[in-house]
Design a protein around this ligand. Structure first.
Ligand code: HEM
Length: 226
């Protein structure tokens, strides 16, 4: 029974979440492009937004890249570059504490604003509030783990995640992992599945082409000099 539960949670659920993530975003992009944005509330209340939104975004962006490279790069490869497991863990732990705390405090400020400022609250949907609460829980658990648990993820969670990418996840690797890590991971997967139905779609619309566009939009950026 326990093996079946573990199989469902650590071998089947990640693929359900990732499928909803990909299909959900594609469907929303083609059917609801008008609402594909961050639903900015800056015009409604600007001053209360600045600190929370800045702390949260810088914190979560660094956390995202930390998770991406830290978990997907095999330690054996890093060893060849001279980056030992001890160094990897040290950097992961302290950057996790720093950026996790930044995101968490930013989120609390944003949640307080969304619930406490009348005009912002009036224009918020249940979906907006549910998203912030889910983010608060996921970020809290991740940050709590860096401060208080400090479990060795390099030879357990990290290879399990790489197994998901290579379509061969080993659920046994997750057996010794503490529950605070397991819940963090499962809720993060749930967040991925929820994201296509929320304002999180704005993440895919980072305006990188802004830096390449012509200064005057009706002209070409580079004019041939005769
Ligand atoms: C470089 C990438 C990103 C850009 C350019 C960006 C931009 C924005 C903007 C313009 C807003 C609206 C702020 C306002 O109310 O005026 C916003 C809100 C928000 N963003 Fe991002 N964002 C990015 C990445 C992310 C990431 C990675 C996450 C989370 C995983 C995230 C989560 C949120 C949330 C939850 C809100 C709503 C906050 C609230 O309740 O007021 N964003 N973002």
């Amino acid at each position: 029974m326990e093996a079946l539960f573990s199989k469902l949670v650590f071998q089947v659920f990640p693929y359900i979440a990732l499928t909803v993530f990909v299909v959900g975003h594609s469907y929303r992009y083609y059917t609801d492009r008008y609402h594909w944005n961050s639903k900015s509330s800056e015009l409604i209340d600007r001053d209360s937004l600045k600190v929370g939104i800045t702390m949260f975004h810088w914190g979560i962006i660094f956390t995202f890249f930390g998770h991406f490279f830290g978990l997907l790069t095999p330690q054996n490869f890093l060893n060849k570059l001279g980056i030992t497991a001890g160094m990897h863990e040290f950097v992961a732990l302290y950057t996790g504490m720093l950026f996790g705390t930044m995101s968490f405090v930013g989120l609390l400020i944003l949640l307080r604003r969304r619930l406490g400022k009348d005009r912002v609250h009036a224009t918020s949907s249940t979906n907006d509030i549910a998203l912030l609460i889910l983010l608060v829980i996921v970020v809290f658990l991740g940050t709590y783990n860096s401060y208080f648990k400090r479990f060795d993820v390099l030879y357990t969670i990290a290879p399990w995640i790489r197994g998901i990418v290579t379509l061969n996840p080993d659920q046994g690797l997750m057996a010794p992992v503490p529950w605070s890590y397991k819940i963090h991971i499962l809720l993060a997967l749930a967040l991925l599945a929820f994201s296509p139905f929320t304002r999180l779609v704005h993440i895919w619309s980072v305006p990188v082409t802004y830096f390449l566009r012509p200064y005057i939009s009706v002209r070409r950026r580079f004019v041939d000099i005769p």
